[in-house]
Design a protein around this ligand. Sequence first.
Ligand code: CO
Length: 632
Amino acid sequence: MSHSFDLLTAEEIATACAVAKAGYLDHVSDHPAGLEPKLRYPVVQLLEPDRRAPPDAGGNGARLLEVVVLERRTGLVNEVIVDVGSPRVIDWRTVPGVQPPLLIDESGKAIGAMKADPRFVAAVAARGITDMDLVQVDPWPAGNFGLPYDDGRRIVRCIPYQVEDPTDNGYAHPLEGIVGIVDCSSYEVIDVIDSGVVAVPPNSGRYGAADVGPIRDGLRPLEITQPEGPSFVVDGNAVEWLGWTLRFSFNPIEGLVLHQIAYLGRPILDRASIAEMVVPYGAGAATHWWKNAFDVGEWGLGRLTQSLERGCDCLGEIRYADVVLPDEHGGSRVVTNAVCMHEEDFGILWKHVNLWVNDNQVRRNRRFVISFVSTVGNYDYGFFWYFYLDGTIQLEVKLTGILQTGACDQRATEAPDNGSLLAPGLWAPYHQHLFCARLDVTVDGPDNSVEEIDVVGDVGQEFGNAIVTRATLLETERQAQRLANAEISRRWRILNSHAKNALGQPTSYMLVTASPVTLLAQPGSAIAKRAAFATMNLWVTPYHPDERRPAGSHPNQHPGGAGLPEWTAHDRPIVDRPITLWHTFGVSHVPRPEDWPVMPVEYAGFHLRPAGFFDRNPALDLPAHMGDCCEL
Ligand code: CO
């Protein structure tokens, strides 16, 4: 049976784009006469049903796709809602002054334009390189800094690296000081900046098995087998695992989206995803100061997802899901093995030795894992959702791949300001990776509230030992713009005042931060305006189906203010109703020599832990002996 969160099919994508194309001239009255529209489809995504609508209204009814249509020459953007069943246009909106994500196609053409530009050729030649085949040009979202070319044109910034051949790690050989700016409609190279020659770092950054010397010995086989198969069942996009149920979909912008997460039939999360992220760089040099990649909204984590390999990316009894992604031209492509599902042992869940009788009771934990990996230029991000036997939900982001680099004096023992030295003449700017999780909560039902809980010492107590918790109900959006505070164990409790546990308390889940970083750029800076979501660890908004991404739907080249700052300006009430939590977390990355030439995984994330959701430890019922267990 079909479900409203079913994965998109190639037919649906083709239909939605064809309907949008056919309707273009009917809906866009000011298209230049006599010119055939040159349309691209940067985003084709499921328009998810309004969670407040009754189930039969959005359940198995119409499949609505949202198509973002870009006219290449005029730059005009339209958002079109297509009912792919009928098929027909349901809604057509022209959106002036916005830029959809960068297109793979236009990025390729911008690179070609750069390599053909005499100013660029001269700048590269000044660093001793004359063969353009040995130059790697990386396109970057341009941002918006109020500069002369930030005038509404669709632009991309480009920076070059030297490579020995296409298999080389170009980030070892940055051509410091060169930045190109290309108009993506005309492919005119607007400007080539050369802030001065720095010698190209000579050392290889290759990291393949053939490049790194002798391979380490002594690793004996470590095999994970489940002779009776895994304990989960996947049916289409529905998953069941030991009491947990959920559905998953795949969005070209956000990547993996989880829906209708419940435990033993009790709802917890209606929707969960990484709805935006930004990687602001913190160095002032010409090649670096403007780097602020919104890898969700400017590129699309979904579009850049990669096929995973059994035994390498994923170990054990794996179930994969393929996904179909739009291809910008109205068609689609399949990414096989894009979503990985498996089960992992996770050590001890609980244990006690009763010393009076030498009785050892121990139960092992395990988790269900659903994940995908997206490669955005030099970086690779793995997004792993974990579900545990005690009701805990966790998101873990794995950050790996290759650092953004710069060239400096090869005799230097320190990097320039705002960065770390990696290798002779090679450095990496300090930067941040700030992720924003969108959590549409539904703890025991749709009407939830959030309390901030601080754990503090109490000065008023006679013996000086008292600990108290301070709970503050977050009543409106402005009050709910919060920073984490590890010193007082601050966490946020999502509660349902209509559902009570055996102790008579509202049932609840706790959002427990693990890496609550916020934006370090100065207030008033371009990036602080554009990534306002990243200035707070928590925002809470009343659920609204149009409020989907925390920096707005079109962050590419946006001057700022869209998304959370705009919505929360209304200071709407957030108590006892369907709400969305937006949690910003991440890493302030001070690169180490060990992060070169490819980074060992760094982790960031958070937990959602039951807190009075159950009446006692919900994992008492686990079987004691799953294998051979030694007696004390
Ligand atoms: Co980093």
